[in-house]
Design a protein around this ligand. Structure first.
Ligand code: G
Ligand code: G
Ligand code: MN
Ligand code: NA
Length: 250
């Protein structure tokens, strides 16, 4: 059977799991939340990575029910962490093409009782480029609830900077390609500085993705980046291991 056929049965067969990667406040080094990352435990192939199935799920419309499951699961998990620990959930542009996205978020918040301020939705630049009027309205509705909106993988897409002003974003996540070469390539430092300055002046928080070394961490703290994520702090782990990150503090 094809991966596509298997994907159609994966949700009902409970083959999806969420892993959680810690997000750190760079000033205090406290864990302030986690990003939920989808995993598919395929009965024959083992763990299938998101890049190998998300695009298929998008093409055949399955990302809508899968995305709804992710939101439910992530919000319920976040309720097991101390308030105000946050949960970040990735949204695919295809979920915006479905008119039920706002209702889906409302349902996940209502059934979990998670305060909306503790939910961060990660969107990519393509959400601002395509159907931007409709998506802008949906994002304003979500912001009005108190839900936070992060722009993921920033710097790699094709959007214009003017979207940063028009869209109700609360955070910019700097793509890990800029962090990787921070110490080697002076151009990367220049770009990271410019993004941090821009985000600060627009009143947004910043997360640096893919921090792997102490030297990257120190540079980003010095430059005023608010939050960080990466293997230096922790890899994505199953839900039951998130408490280990939290036990270490307070
Ligand atoms: O851990 P990593 O390989 O998990 O994730 C790879 C990519 O898959 C990330 O860029 C992320 O945006 C995407 N991704 C992970 N989980 C989800 C999810 O629940 N929904 C969507 N739409 N994308 C996800
Ligand atoms: O695009 P998004 O940021 O949502 O994807 C997160 C992806 O980045 C996941 O695949 C996750 O496993 C990966 N990731 C997280 N931290 C690091 C890191 O420090 N180094 C590298 N190479 N990948 C990372
Ligand atoms: Mn992300
Ligand atoms: Na990213």
């Amino acid at each position: 059977r094809s991966l596509e056929d298997d994907l159609r049965h994966a949700l009902a067969s409970n083959q999806f799991q969420l892993h959680y990667q810690p997000i750190i406040d760079l000033a205090s080094k406290d864990v302030i939340g986690f990003e939920a990352l989808l995993r598919w435990d395929h009965p024959a192939r083992g763990m299938v990575a998101p890049q190998d199935f998300i695009s298929i799920a998008e093409e055949i419309g399955l990302i809508v029910p899968i995305g709804a499951w992710v939101l439910q699961q992530a919000c319920h998990q976040a309720m097991l962490w101390p308030d105000p620990m946050k949960i970040a959930v990735n949204l695919s542009p295809a979920q915006f093409r479905d008119s039920g996205l706002f209702e889906t978020v409302i349902r996940a918040l209502a059934s979990s009782q998670l305060p909306p301020q503790r939910l961060e939705l990660e969107i990519t630049e393509s959400v601002m480029l395509l159907d931007s009027a409709t998506n802008l309205r949906t994002l304003h509705q979500l912001r009005a609830l108190g839900v936070q909106i992060s722009l993921d993988d920033f710097g790699t897409g094709f959007s214009s900077l003017s979207y940063l002003r028009t869209f109700p974003l609360t955070k910019i996540k700097i793509d890990r390609s800029f962090i990787r070469d921070l110490g080697k390539n002076p151009g990367c430092l220049a770009i990271v500085r410019a993004i941090l300055r821009l985000a600060c002046d627009l009143g947004m928080r910043t997360t640096a993705e893919g921090i792997e070394t102490d030297s990257q961490l120190e540079t980003l703290r010095f430059e005023g980046c608010s939050e960080g994520q990466g293997y230096l702090f922790g890899r994505p782990v199953p839900a039951d291991q998130t408490t280990l990150f939290l036990a270490g503090q307070r």
